[in-house]
Design a protein around this ligand. Structure first.
Ligand SMILES: Nc1ncnc2c1ncn2[C@@H]1O[C@H](COP(=O)(O)OP(=O)(O)O)[C@@H](O)[C@H]1O
Ligand SMILES: [Mg+2]
Length: 202
């Protein structure tokens, strides 16, 4: 069953040794030289798998990786059953506040470990049994750069304020938890504001 066909990847429900799983295949880009394209897809799949492992070590929940196929540019991972943060925020309700706190704590853990997620939208966060699971590390990187961490927060800010009526409130709650859990939070938040005022990401 096809879950999503994006510009970069196709996601399908599958099973792996009898378990519910998701297969993520990076699609070839016709406009690139085939050899270069293969190399790029392989590098991205490897990076996504590596960062998932790093995030797990940093104490952030991520899907269990079942298999990686560099030749086929495919990751097979555990299917995480639960609503996305986007669904929870769309509903409003009392789960929204707890979700904000979990998001702030998860980002604090990533940034403390010098992991930048790269695509912090509310669709890349799934809540399963009360725990926040982060997915989609394909645009992430390992870096201590305050600028890169600031871009991470900036993307989240835009995702929250563009898609949710109560976005600004949610953002404040996320940042409160982030500050509590990350000593360098103030510096990164200031950078994210500066990037927003600049109106661009470079
Ligand atoms: N392990 C997973 N368990 C459940 N759903 C998933 C999982 N991985 C991806 N999805 C679903 O597929 C969508 C796209 O996956 P994602 O990894 O974010 O790909 P893309 O890079 O195209 O954004 C997610 O927003 C989510 O709804
Ligand atoms: Mg995604």
């Amino acid at each position: 069953m096809l879950l999503k066909r994006g510009a970069e990847a196709e996601l399908r429900r599958t099973t792996y040794l009898g378990r519910e799983a998701v297969e993520k295949v990076r699609v070839p880009k016709g406009y690139r030289l085939p050899a270069l394209d293969d190399e790029l897809r392989r590098a991205r799949i490897r990076r996504e798998a590596t960062l998932m492992g790093e995030a797990r070590k940093a104490g952030v929940s991520v899907p269990i990786l079942y298999d990686i196929d560099l030749v086929g540019s495919t990751l097979v991972m555990e299917f995480v059953d639960g609503p996305t943060a986007k669904m929870i925020f769309d509903e409003g309700g009392k789960d929204a506040a707890a979700t904000c706190r979990k998001i702030g704590e998860a980002i604090a853990r990533l940034h403390r470990a010098d992991i930048v997620h790269g695509d912090l939208t509310t669709s890349n966060m799934i809540v399963r049994n009360g725990r926040l699971v982060l997915i989609d590390f394909s645009l992430g990187e390992k870096t201590a750069s305050v600028e890169s961490k600031g871009v991470d927060l900036r993307l989240l800010t835009e995702a929250l304020t563009s898609a949710h009526a109560r976005g600004p409130q949610y953002l404040e709650a996320v940042l409160r938890a982030y500050r509590r859990a990350y000593p360098k939070a103030a510096e990164v938040i200031a950078k994210a504001r500066e990037i927003g005022e600049r109106g661009r990401y470079t």
